[in-house]
Design a protein around this ligand. Sequence first.
Ligand SMILES: NC(=O)c1ccc[n+]([C@@H]2O[C@H](COP(=O)([O-])OP(=O)(O)OC[C@H]3O[C@@H](n4cnc5c(N)ncnc54)[C@H](OP(=O)(O)O)[C@@H]3O)[C@@H](O)[C@H]2O)c1
Length: 284
Amino acid sequence: MNVLIFGAAGMLGSDLRATIPAGVTVTGIDIGEADITDRAQVASALEAIRPDWVINAAAYTAVDRAETDRAAAEAVNTVGPRFIAQEAARWNIAVAHFSTDYVFPGTADAPYRESDPVAPINAYGDTKWQGEEAVRASGAHALILRTQWLFGVAGKSFPRLMWERALARVPTRVVDDQRGRPTYTRDLAAATWKLVTQRASGTIHVTNGGAPAAWYDVAREVFARAGADGLLSACSTADYPTPARRPAYSVLSTERLESRLGAPLPEWRDALGRFLDELTASSP
Ligand SMILES: NC(=O)c1ccc[n+]([C@@H]2O[C@H](COP(=O)([O-])OP(=O)(O)OC[C@H]3O[C@@H](n4cnc5c(N)ncnc54)[C@H](OP(=O)(O)O)[C@@H]3O)[C@@H](O)[C@H]2O)c1
């Protein structure tokens, strides 16, 4: 199987390249080779490679900046995926695309299912929802994977920031009233390859397993590992205002994923431990 990845240099893109299964040939490109907001560049990449699947890991992920820079977010998160999926449909190429828990309002008290009504909580979430819809409308064989709270060695993330602060012994306050499930891009990438290999389609939620967490719980694991527990304290969302709204509860139900793969992804604490192992092994 031949696969083209857009956004291959990003956090998830890097782990997709690190977990390529046997029998799959990958061409990974990023904005330097093809800008997904330019239809002609998308078309010529697809035409040159003629893959069986295209995986779109490119995105505008600056959630707070998207509030005031909506046009840029929309170009990458809505228009780019539309170009990719429409061009893919012309060549009968299947599409895998990623979306976010921020398509939901975040006011639930039980995990969101794929079929639950959306109401994006912020501008970024809205551009990602429009991107999902554009991919669905394209007519291409489409797999849309919604995920959340990503961390991986090839990008910036909350666990990495916490690790840096804990090592530098910086006192840190973290919100304890937003709940979700942290997700390791290494595990998300492995699940993506399984679903692509199964030729799955439709919308599927993919996150690490385990009990839902608050950001504070994640930070506590990281600070404990660095031997800096005493430097961490909890605060509320009201104490930590951000330009973009964040959901109080945006846990994604992964039942559909579990029935496709036969098991949930590893628990997030296990994933976080492996991430910190990888981070420490790769630091100078
Ligand atoms: N990070 C999270 O917590 C999170 C949560 C839920 C869902 N997701 C979704 O998961 C997917 C992967 O996210 P990620 O965190 O791995 O993203 P990322 O690290 O920001 O990587 C995105 C990649 O896309 C590239 N890119 C940006 N604009 C482009 C364009 N116009 N054409 C081609 N490439 C472009 C970026 O290049 P530059 O770096 O040069 O801009 C970067 O290499 C995205 O769909 C994201 O929306 C992420």
